[in-house]
Design a protein around this ligand. Structure first.
Ligand code: 13P
Length: 282
């Protein structure tokens, strides 16, 4: 497997973003990979610790490796919001080359220390590292951050953080949150601009579900090169599955009853690839 350096630097240079979609099982990986290939878009398939606990690191790694071999576009497996260096090491041993260490809930100095240790380890495997400065509110998997505890990224700290940790990409907190929004999020574009002026590595926007396309596009124009989407894919999949099973109470074949759910998820993957302007890049 490859790391995410090349695809993110190409996106940064050409002014689009690579979408990072969270997967949960074979079906969601198939939908993401097939749709990205159809649109000739690079794609990052991300797994949280919860996904790996559910499906197994080896299973998920192998399925994504097969997808990457099967299609003619870059398909990268990425560890999302990992907090434990031992789990990261387990995936590095299996061949994962793109990881996120999330120590954003610790103090600034502790965050630097934890991230630096992961950077040393991951770089020795040829893997790239994303870390978060500031802290997003909302829920991603088992990670829950109350809105009142969320913190925006401080631009002057960002430059120091990147320099001292040696990370390859930086996740910024500029007003997005994980999960669904109660009202339309207002992104702090001024802050993003200030961060971009002092940090030259790719910047990552988490919590993109429910963020209007024009805001995401503006964020991309100001330096975002990876856009993370999870919740907005889970909802159509679950809704269609529920609908199908209610309408077909006799259904008992997983190969059939998930077909509509996969189609509904593919529509959103397609829409988000177009939003990121990553189509026809390979
Ligand atoms: P959403 O679930 O809000 O799309 O957030 C996804 C994310 O940031 C994964 O890291």
């Amino acid at each position: 497997m490859k790391n995410s350096k090349e695809i993110l630097l190409k996106a940064q240079k050409e002014g689009y973003a690579v979408p990072a979609f969270n997967c949960h099982n074979l079906e969601t990986i198939q939908v993401i990979a097939e749709t990205a290939s159809e649109l000739k878009s690079p794609v990052i398939i991300a797994g949280t610790p919860g996904t790996f606990d559910y499906a197994g690191r080896d299973y998920i790694q192998s399925i994504i490796e097969i997808a990457a071999k099967k299609y003619n576009v870059p398909i990268i497996i990425h560890l999302d919001h990992h907090t434990d260096i031992n789990s990261i090491k387990e995936s590095l041993e299996l061949g994962t080359k793109s990881v996120m260490i999330d120590a954003s809930h610790y103090s600034y100095e502790e965050n630097i220390k934890i991230v630096s240790d992961v950077v040393k380890l991951a770089h020795s495997y040829g893997a790239t590292v994303e870390a978060e400065l500031g802290m997003l509110g909302g829920q991603e998997d088992d990670l829950i951050v109350d809105e009142k505890d969320s913190k925006y990224t401080n631009p002057s700290q960002a430059a120091d953080f990147v320099k001292r940790t040696g990370i390859d990409s930086l996740a910024v907190a500029i007003g997005t949150a994980h999960g669904l929004y109660k009202e339309e999020p207002k992104l702090d574009f001024e802050r993003l601009k200030e961060i971009r002026e002092v940090v030259d590595i790719p910047l990552v926007l988490h919590g993109a579900s429910g963020v209007p396309e024009e805001s995401v596009r503006k964020a991309i124009s100001l330096g975002i090169t990876k856009v993370n989407i999870a919740t907005e894919l889970k909802i159509p999949f679950s809704n269609e599955l529920r609908k199908y099973l209610i309408e077909h109470p006799e259904a008992n074949d997983p190969r059939k009853y998930m077909a509509d759910a996969k189609k509904a998820m593919a529509d959103v993957v397609r829409e988000k690839i177009l939003m990121c302007m990553s189509e026809n890049r390979y």
